[in-house]
Design a protein around this ligand. Sequence first.
Ligand code: SF4
Length: 476
Amino acid sequence: MPQAPSASEREALDGFKRRLAEVMVRSRLNLRDDLRVINVLWDRLQVERIAGARELRPFWEGASSPPGSRAVLYVNIPYCRQKCSFCKFQVRTAPTPRALARYAADVVREAEFFSPGLAGTRFDFVQAGGGTPSLLPAARMKELFGAVFARFDAGRAALRSIEFHPSSASPAKLRACRAAGFNRVSFGVQTLDRSLLSRLRRADQTEARVRRAVRWAREAGFDIVAVELIAGLWGDTPEGFLRGAVRLLRQRPSSLSVNQLNLTADYMKAEGIDTEKYAAFRAETMPALAQALRERAAGLGYRAESLSETRGIWTLVRDDLPTPARADGCEALDRVLGLGQGAWSHVPGRAWYQRTTLEFSQEKPIYRMRRQTPETAMAAYVRHALINGSFVDFRAFRDAFGEDFRRRYALELRLLELFGRVRLEDAGARFLPVELTERYFFGSIFFVRQWARLTAGRALLGPDYLRRLAEAVLPG
Ligand code: SF4
């Protein structure tokens, strides 16, 4: 349990609350009772539209990479056959073959557009995700990913990973991706339980299909064949989860990652639950699960690499394989070039940008850009770390931003500490998992200083909302 605040801390927290109040009370529009609007307020005020990819190049070229950061190339395929009930991503469903072909051709053109400006950049990590990249036909994959790997330089040692849905895998698709340059494939299995699968809207996924897909991937020659499960699905039991995990591990994948469910409004609606009910279920089922999983996995020749609550992801790696160098997934200080609509590009300290053309057309590429001042870059970095449950290394922070993390965010960190959302260690700050609705709030406190200076007077939140928010989340 966190310590109760001292008198001076109480004063500081009250100051924080006042600042938050001042900003929010200026708001008028009473939108939904949803913390996301706080972020929307900030994001909207930051955004500018720019016309084309050429204008983005200077941001990338002028960026100095903080130590330890990577150059990441991300290709987004935003289509899925249907939307799973737990999914937090924005996906488009049931694409026609024509839509897929147009999208792939457009991403190729975007790669052509960006690549001359990034000549000489060696990408450390390439990821194709979505959505469901495996919805693309094999010929389309060959064309698209062949073009991407031909235009961008991914070093031999780079992790080049693609996500597959077990139901849309085929030997031809896996061979096409391997030949194009991917060395890792990750299957989002989520669960093997038939009744859960149909509730999740993944009824077309059977255990036989998963087994087949893993075998095909091995036959296609991937260096790493990873599988993923979700822990904390409503209706799942620890015993049922462990049974599924053991059956998957018996297929000898290179690794098994277990992501903890992100509770979304859609999922709660689909399952007829609320946050309290889910929190009780989670408290009852999750604590013992990590330890039980570790023990069962050890008996099958897998070791736990990050079997902890901290990142919200548990990873088991086969004993005969080396420890993965880094997490697959972008980290806060990585320089990311995103290709495809919906893929964010990120140049730390400089800009976030995203292509948002309604019709994904190369003739009129429009990007939304959020420029970063040193102040917003730091806040965005911390928010990213908090939302992803990462560890902020004090020395890396100083190297990247030239400031002392603890001094800069003393008040915010204390607030998070009081709520049990951060653990301060000698080397850095370890953010602990937060539920989806809380993330927006706790993430947003890092922007309050900037909000407080806004004079736009634009209204997004009603005073009532503020009072309820403050009462619910802040002490005193
Ligand atoms: S397949 Fe993956 S990206 Fe698509 S809806 Fe399901 S979870 Fe989301």
